[in-house]
Design a protein around this ligand. Structure first.
Ligand SMILES: C[S@@+](CC[C@H](N)C(=O)[O-])C[C@H]1O[C@@H](n2cnc3c(N)ncnc32)[C@H](O)[C@@H]1O
Length: 329
């Protein structure tokens, strides 16, 4: 709490929040402040302060009420634009490929969407609840001459169907990221990337994170659900080895245990998008023989190739036992 005693007038409203009883949700009214003033007044202290607040046991939540005409918008996050050099870094981290489709959830003035469309020539969709932001996006799109590549939706980000997205960018808050997490897992295809400015996803650890001055960036790849019992047969010299392996998975982290054959060990397992890589060791006549397998999952099947030490690659097919798949989030 002492951290707030620094002379930062912008933090006073937050101090008021912190004095409320824990567990109370409250609407913090900012009646005379319009959204652009919020950006100016609380940037960067607003988000800095929220970051500090999230580390405290106090669970109060500030809802930003913004008046638009005679309507009140309950924004989950105020408008604070990502600096352009950080936008460029975020886009580089996602390794954009032709055919990607980027959604910026809470797109502000459209800078992420417009930069991605202009620099990488991909289709982009910006979503913001605030009509003023969408208006700015449209003007900025015209100025950047990327109208054919970008679409803006005035909508709550939780109502947007993400099944067509291959990249999602966000600059929200930790509690909103957490609320969004299951939607990302349910709607995005394995291999899709999620890039977040400043706020992480709690127990879903980032695959990559970088710091640039005061800014942190977090990147995740949506993993396929590989959990369950998998079976396959491998020709191993003169015999056919029947494998039965159980995979336990939590987000992108997976652990495999061999049920059969008894003379095999799992040395490494990784899951990236829909790609699984497995390194086994088979003990045969006191020799430890490494076997490398890699393949892509579709439904309950894996199709790929394997290689027994010193031999050629061959096809690998595996299938998952019915009803053995479990929830990974
Ligand atoms: C921190 S700004 C980020 C703007 C932009 N993505 C960037 O990085 O420059 C968050 C934006 O989310 C929008 N927003 C807040 N709650 C939202 C919601 N529930 N649905 C859609 N947009 C929302 C705000 O209007 C604001 O423009």
């Amino acid at each position: 709490m002492r951290a707030f005693k620094v002379a930062q007038p912008h933090l006073f409203f937050l101090l008021n929040i912190l004095k409320k009883p824990p567990g109370k949700k409250l609407v913090y009214q900012l009646p005379h402040i319009n959204i652009s003033e919020i950006a100016v007044k609380f940037q960067p202290p607003f988000l800095e302060a929220v970051k500090i607040m999230e580390k405290l046991p106090c669970k109060s939540t500030a809802i930003i009420e913004t008046v638009r005409g005679n309507k009140i918008l309950n924004l989950d996050v105020p408008f604070v634009p990502t600096p352009l050099e950080i936008v460029n870094e975020m886009l580089e981290m996602t390794h954009i490929r032709p055919g990607d489709r980027l959604y910026d959830l809470g797109c502000g003035d459209g800078r992420i969407v417009i930069t991605a469309a202009k620099k990488y020539n991909i289709d982009c969709i910006g979503v913001d609840l605030d009509p003023r932001r969408i208006q700015e996006c449209r003007i900025n799109t015209l100025k950047a001459s990327v109208s054919d590549k970008v679409t803006f939706l005035q909508s709550d980000l939780f109502d947007v169907d993400l099944r067509e997205a291959s990249i999602v960018s966000i600059y929200l808050l930790s509690n909103i990221n957490l609320k969004l997490r299951s939607k990302l897992f349910n709607e995005l295809r394995p291999g899709s990337r999620v890039i977040s400015h400043d706020f992480n996803m709690d127990r879903w650890l980032a695959d990559k994170s970088v710091s640039r001055g005061n800014h942190s960036l977090f990147l995740w790849t949506i993993p396929a659900n590989m959990s369950g019992n998998w079976r396959w047969t491998l020709p191993f010299f003169s015999e056919n080895l029947k494998f039965n392996i159980e995979i336990k998975q939590h987000f992108q982290k997976a652990h495999a245990s061999i049920i059969t054959p008894e003379n095999a060990l799992v040395k490494a397992l990784s899951i990236c998008g829909d790609l699984i890589r497995l390194k086994l060791q088979i003990i045969s006549n006191r020799h430890r023989v490494p076997v490398h397998l890699s393949g892509n999952i579709t439904g309950d099947k894996i199709k790929g190739r394997f290689r027994i030490s010193g031999m050629n690659y061959e096809n690998w097919y595996a299938s998952r036992e019915k009803n053995s798949k479990t929830n990974i989030i």
